[in-house]
Design a protein around this ligand. Structure first.
Ligand code: HEM
Length: 307
């Protein structure tokens, strides 16, 4: 099987993100339209070879059974929301998520127009966002983001389901974060560094013993009972407008459990009362869970049509 290229894509320059809901009575037509998506991705990559285009469509937990009633990824559930006073990570479900990435903004834009033409009158656009590389792959808080991501063949190992009916698919979680920049910028650089557990200018990781129990990299570095690291592949990119900025956070993984554990560890205070202090400086506006099936799954309506 062939994974959609956007799941393991290397970082690049531009992205459009679309969140869509399917209109009543249009599920069958959408399943049909999605059969052509792998050809659409291929066509863009062939027409614009310099653009490094990658596409990704992922199906929301609620919409899955309507689109593919005969089989469901067994771990696909709704977004694992968090509510800790003012620190919240809401569950805001959407039926479809498109990630359209390219080194050329015009090509990402053409991809967005082609997706909207394909699904015209069948979907409602719920959210549209543009992501871009900021400086040397930094988040808007000024820190390099993505350093500890899996590299090379590990990306596929971490991000893709390795066996069974849903092989080469991926569990995808997306959150739009808006940063509380005025608050963040009041902090001295060493206080910001303590919140991440990394230095700002040269992106050096603190020794584990020097990391605060509230540091973001401490709270998201987790192990299972056997001592294996729980990993995710982050495909996040910053977004920004004249008066607001943040991160489109995207996790791709062969199970939703790793993301769920990390989010829990960021938000829920431990027995000492520690939680991830990054959550004091950014606010999740949306949160949705999806599954991104293989290209063959899409083109064959989940195996009902042999491609
Ligand atoms: C606005 C929200 C977020 C921002 C700005 C942010 C930013 C960062 C930065 C700058 C790093 C350090 C460099 C790196 O390895 O990438 C990092 C690491 C990491 N983040 Fe986040 N992050 C956010 C949300 C999340 C969420 C929601 C999760 C998972 C639930 C997560 C999981 C991780 C993981 C697993 C690491 C690597 C930890 C390590 O092994 O050192 N992050 N993040």
């Amino acid at each position: 099987m062939t994974a959609q290229a956007g799941i393991c894509a290397e970082p690049n320059l531009h992205a459009y993100y679309l969140m869509l809901d399917i209109l009543p009575g249009q599920y069958r037509a959408v399943t049909e339209a999605l059969t052509t998506v792998p050809t659409l991705w291929q066509g863009l990559a062939t027409r614009y070879p310099d653009a490094n285009f990658s596409g990704l469509v992922a199906i929301g937990s609620d919409a899955w059974d309507e689109l593919y009633p005969h089989a469901r990824p067994n771990e696909l559930t709704s977004f694992p929301a968090q509510h800790q006073g003012q620190r919240v990570a809401p569950d805001t479900p959407f039926d479809l998520f498109f990630q359209l990435r390219s080194d050329r903004l015009d090509v990402a834009y053409i991809a967005m127009q082609e997706v909207m033409a394909l699904l015209a009158k069948r979907v409602e656009l719920k959210d549209e966002r543009q992501g871009f590389r900021y400086l040397d792959c930094r988040d808007m808080t000024g820190f390099v983001d993505g350093t500890e991501n899996p590299q090379g063949p590990d990306r596929a190992q971490v991000a893709l389901v390795q066996e069974g009916l849903f092989i080469d698919g991926s569990y995808v979680h997306v959150q739009h974060y808006q940063h509380r920049m005025a608050r963040w910028e009041k902090l001295k650089v060493n206080a910001q560094e303590a919140i991440y557990g990394r230095t700002k200018a040269d992106n050096i990781e603190y020794e584990s013993a020097d990391k605060a129990p509230t540091a973001h990299t401490k709270r998201t570095s987790l192990k299972d009972e056997q001592g294996h690291s729980l990993e995710i592949l982050r495909q996040s990119m910053p977004w920004g407008s004249a008066n607001a900025q943040g991160l489109v956070f995207i996790s791709c993984c062969n199970t939703p459990r790793h993301f769920t554990r990390m989010l829990d560890n960021m938000f829920v205070p431990d027995v000492q009362g520690h939680f991830d202090h990054l959550t004091l400086f950014t606010q999740a506006q949306t949160g949705a869970a999806f599954f991104a099936p293989s290209q063959e799954w899409l083109s064959s309506k989940g195996g009902l049509n042999k491609p």
